[in-house]
Design a protein around this ligand. Structure first.
Ligand code: FES
Length: 138
């Protein structure tokens, strides 16, 4: 099922592709009010991948420090809370307390002016698959 068909979800510009290190990551926040939606994008070579900023272990945000989503060697995504490591391109946990589980991947693309666009809900209240516990697609 495409995320874009979910009620309340739409495509958001979250950053410019050229501001992302290679490999690198950057957090984003869409919507406003009390329940904005938080995610992050990862660049690897000429591709971009987007995820909800929710760890499948205990649902903490992955970055304790803003935009620190990757290991020092930038080979993996790391959750700062308990050290889980995730594959950059699939979001699959390969080490730590949630091995075999996945981050929630979001549809993303790079448009003609190199803006990174991500399909996400305008509010965490519209993020049904996350708050209902259905985001783990392992
Ligand atoms: S909350 Fe991410 S590893 Fe525990």
């Amino acid at each position: 099922m495409s995320n874009s068909v979910l009620r309340g979800w739409s495509e958001w510009p979250v950053c410019h592709f050229d501001e992302l290190p290679d490999p690198g990551a950057k957090g984003f926040l869409v919507g406003d009010g009390e329940w904005p939606f938080r995610g992050f994008v990862v660049r690897k070579s000429q591709e971009v991948f987007a995820y909800a900023n929710v760890c499948p272990h205990q649902r903490h945000p992955l970055d304790l420090l803003p935009d620190v989503f990757l290991t020092d060697d930038r080979e993996s995504i790391r959750c700062s809370s308990h050290g889980a490591l995730f594959d950059l391109t699939s979001g699959l946990c390969v080490f730590g307390p949630c091995v075999g589980h996945k981050l929630m991947q979001l549809e993303s693309r790079i448009d003609s002016d190199r803006s990174v666009l991500v399909v996400a809900p305008a509010s965490l209240r519209d993020a049904g698959p996350i708050i209902d516990g259905e985001f783990d697609t392992a």
